[in-house]
Design a binder for this molecule. Sequence first.
Ligand code: PMP
Ligand code: GLN
Length: 378
Amino acid sequence: MTLVSKLPETGSSIFSVMSNLAREHKAINLAQGFPNFETDKKLFDLVSHYMHLGYNQYAPMPGIPVLREAISNKIKSLYGTDVPSDNITITAGATQAIFTSIQALVHPGDEVIVIEPAYDSYVPSIKLAGGVPVFYQMNEDYTIDWDKLQTLINDKTKLLIINNPHNPSGSVFTKSDVAQLERIIKDSDLYILSDEVYEHMVFDESQHQSILKSDILRQRSLVCFSFGKLFHNTGWKMGYVVAPEKLTAEFRKVHQYEVFSVNTPLQFAFADYLNDENNYSGLSAFFQAKRDLVISELKGSSFKLKPSHGTYFQILDYSAISTEDELPFVSKVTKENGVALIPCSAFYHNHLQRQHARLCFAKTDEMLFEACQILKRL
Ligand code: PMP
Ligand code: GLN
């Protein structure tokens, strides 16, 4: 029998590759994006409480009403936008929200604009839907030239995927980015998939410019979020998508046969926990302090770095240390020096080499300090 792969060019994700290498060489893992500290014990107690109360069977397909209500309230208080809880669907992480959105919207032959560097799940999700990724490369400073991007829009373009705050660069949208996006899509039939999993990690007094704040963009957008990022529990794989009624209906047609519904006791626990905004309002300050620790510890090192504006990632430019390509460089540093990073080339379809490595600072201060002492010596 011949097995024809649907994803012939796809291997293991760079996050598995680097985490495995870090494990094998007992290196400090600043590669894959996950915290090495615990989620709040209050959340453990809430999950256990709801399990013992017997909330262990299927949740309603779109998610439990109290959680969707709590999310709707959070959106209102953060972005001033009224989103009915019927426009919110609870998913198995943002990854499923992204995958399902793409399956629901993209038909074979449709073009999808992907802004590179791009998170690794976008392109395989597009290809599985029969879509065609069309790549736009960010400016050198990781900003977007919206006029240039607009030239990629044609009759076949169905969807534009944006990611703000941006993984891996740590760049964030300004109000002007949103205004320019509004301008370039105004006369098109384009939908938007907005990946906002790092909405609560925005630094230096900046505000997160959510697509949910724009009346024009919200009408045509699916906006994805992740509880894993919000509450430091990436292994629980919970998230949600916000979309207007028509898009939500299409999303749920796929969602109901993909997973039907997601983890019931966690949904009840999140609903309670979200109702106290102190449980997430300090996140930007918390992560900004970690970014600052990395920057100050790497002062005087041979890495060039521009402070990240959001996410829990910092780009390190190692061009003054080596001219080697990114994957061999970070692999060598993992094996020989004991710190694992992510090569940014993994976020480009053509593996663009800029001597940029991504460092994840969602780690204890002790771990960051130890890793920086090693990196300083390179
Ligand atoms: N989008 C981006 C930009 C991410 O970095 C990640 C992973 N952290 C995801 C989506 C997936 O989120 P989740 O873990 O909730 O599936
Ligand atoms: N989003 C995380 C990162 O960018 C990893 C997610 C994963 O391992 N698939 O590092």
